[in-house]
Design a binder for this molecule. Structure first.
Ligand SMILES: Cc1cc2nc3c(=O)[nH]c(=O)nc-3n(C[C@H](O)[C@H](O)[C@H](O)COP(=O)(O)O)c2cc1C
Length: 216
């Protein structure tokens, strides 16, 4: 099998969490001979090539971050330049986000089903997973702990040609956190989390407090 992979993030490849996820995903994907080609929506110079690849390939994987509950505007701008295929092409999606609960991504997932039909393609399922804010903050082993889980999902995709399996559905984790976890996470965010984000902001050159509200 050969797969066309489109990274739908507007962030440049170097800073894209989706790209770091794809690095691990494609390790599992290619273990048994599946090949792929990957493009970035963030690089408009690639758009002609992506369009040609969309018409030439019958297995397409769009990997995208959730931006304001749905798909990034730049990806939408690109998709609007495509015409429906109606030739049995299958599109699957890797949908990832910052917030951790599965319920946060369900609206986006529903839209992706509609999008597949608009493009005249078959729906290969969506791999839904949040809790990815931290990828950009970490490096080395700490980053691998978050992204490494996707290698197994690459194997699953290669085996089944999509994400419509129980293993992929279970990959989402909690749909909604139970109450005790919400209380615990709230406490951590207000204390340790605040300290960590303050440090990260300082390292990125921020000179104002993280709670600064200039328009209030
Ligand atoms: C403008 C913007 C909007 C976002 N909206 C959401 C959102 O609605 N829900 C969510 O869980 N995460 C949201 N996020 C977090 C991203 O989905 C998350 O950080 C993702 O890993 C970014 O991937 P990327 O670096 O490849 O773009 C948003 C991030 C940005 C920058």
């Amino acid at each position: 099998m050969h797969v066309l992979i489109i990274n739908g993030s507007p962030r440049v490849k170097q800073y894209s969490n989706t790209d770091k996820i794809l690095e691990k995903f494609t390790e599992g994907l290619t273990e048994n001979g599946t090949t792929y080609e990957q493009y970035e929506i963030s690089d408009k110079k690639q758009w002609d090539d992506i369009r040609n690849a969309y018409y030439a390939n019958s297995n397409i994987l769009i990997a995208l971050p959730l931006y304001v509950e749905c798909i990034p505007g730049l990806l939408m701008e690109f998709l609007e330049t495509l015409t429906p295929k109606n030739d049995g092409t299958k599109i699957s999606y890797l949908l990832q986000s910052g917030f951790a609960e599965g319920v946060q991504l369900r609206c986006g997932e529903e839209y992706l089903k509609k999008l597949t039909a608009y493009l005249g393609c078959e729906y290969g399922g969506t791999l839904v997973k949040g809790d990815n804010f931290s990828i950009r903050f970490f490096e080395g082993d700490m980053r691998d702990r978050v992204t490494g889980q996707y290698t197994e999902m690459g194997r699953e995709y290669a085996l089944n040609g999509g994400f419509d399996t129980d293993k992929c559905k279970a990959f989402t984790g909690y749909e909604v956190f139970p109450l005790h976890m919400r209380i615990m996470l709230g406490t951590i965010f207000a204390t340790l989390g605040r300290k960590m984000f303050t440090k990260i902001a300082r390292n990125w050159g921020c000179t104002k407090p993280i709670g600064y509200r200039p328009y209030k």
